[in-house]
Ligand binder design. Structure first.
Ligand SMILES: NC(=O)c1ccc[n+]([C@@H]2O[C@H](COP(=O)([O-])OP(=O)(O)OC[C@H]3O[C@@H](n4cnc5c(N)ncnc54)[C@H](O)[C@@H]3O)[C@@H](O)[C@H]2O)c1
Length: 271
């Protein structure tokens, strides 16, 4: 794509790059290409896998461990990022999701409630924690942009998405609610991007993922959106080109969310 320096002079934090399939990994590469400076972060346990250091080297970034459910870690991350990057922040990507109920194959009608609380804490509430920490410490520049990644199971039922659906509904609601306060006080924008099924560690953990992926692909007039195209869109959302968009859940899904049925699906059903 022929755009350059869309994020020149901007500073940020990118959560959630686990390996080169991660959506956050692609976002980091694109932000780097577009001239941004940022720190990378992930849970200490994920950092032990080591892949993120390769990305950090590629992007000239520092890696700062933070468990997104721990306020001390988050406060430290925000403060250190400002010090390292040399000023206030312009963007943050929250790209975090995990459910022990999904991992352990607990069906939605037989959830373990300790796991459920963890799902909500890691995949939903952590966004509030990041926003609250950023709001209180006043780390964001005016017109800054904060994004989290969501999925359409927040609006429609996908039985195997399990308690992650409730976490995504919470995540999207937090973006709206906090977006009001952050917008009023600091002109900072808060949005969620609802992405197509994507082959990553978190995505592939959902039961029946391959079928879900193929189904979405034949329903969507443009086909499934790739992680790369999602990263391009995140760059636009971090740039000043999207400066009047806030408190939205934006579908980045090739048209899936607005399509009832496709000719291809009817053809398959008729066979
Ligand atoms: N893959 C898909 O099909 C898809 C579709 C729509 C939305 N999303 C969302 O995109 C985001 C990124 O997921 P992905 O698909 O790139 O998978 P991924 O597995 O690469 O990323 C998930 C990340 O969450 C991190 N994480 C888990 N617990 C954490 C904690 N306590 N503190 C900090 N980080 C923690 C993991 O270490 C990992 O880096 C998630 O919010 C996911 O729900 C994914």
């Amino acid at each position: 794509m022929q755009v350059s320096n869309l994020l020149s002079g901007k500073r940020g934090i990118i959560f959630g790059a686990l390996d080169s399939n991660s959506i956050a990994w692609k976002v980091a590469e694109k932000c780097h290409e577009q001239g941004a400076k940022f720190t990378l972060t992930n849970a200490p346990v994920a950092l032990r896998m080591g892949a993120i250091n390769q990305l950090a080297e590629q992007c000239g970034s520092t890696v700062i461990p933070a468990d997104a459910t721990n306020m001390t870690d988050l406060d430290n991350l925000l403060q250190k990022s400002q010090e390292i990057l040399g000023g206030k922040l312009d963007f943050i990507l929250h790209s975090i999701g995990m459910s022990l109920n999904v991992r352990k194959n607990k069906p939605y009608t037989d959830l373990d409630y300790d796991y459920f609380q963890k799902t909500l804490d890691i995949s939903g509430l952590s966004f509030h924690r990041v926003l609250q920490s950023a709001y209180k410490s006043e780390v964001m520049n005016k017109n800054g942009s904060i994004l989290a990644l969501s999925y359409i199971a927040a609006q429609k039922v996908f039985p195997f998405y399990n308690d992650m659906a409730d976490a995504k509904a919470l995540l999207e609601s937090i973006a709206r609610s906090f977006g009001y306060h952050f917008g009023k006080r600091d002109g900072v924008r808060v949005n969620t991007v609802s992405q197509s099924p994507t082959r990553t560690t978190a995505g592939s953990g959902v039961k029946g993922f391959d079928t879900l992926y193929d189904y979405a692909n034949i329903i969507s007039p443009l086909g499934n959106a790739t992680a790369e195209s999602c990263a391009d869109f995140c760059v636009v959302m971090f740039s000043d080109l999207s400066r009047m968009i806030t408190m939205q859940n934006i579908y980045h899904d090739g048209g899936y969310s607005s399509t009832g049925v496709s000719v291809e699906l009817i053809d398959i059903m008729n066979k």
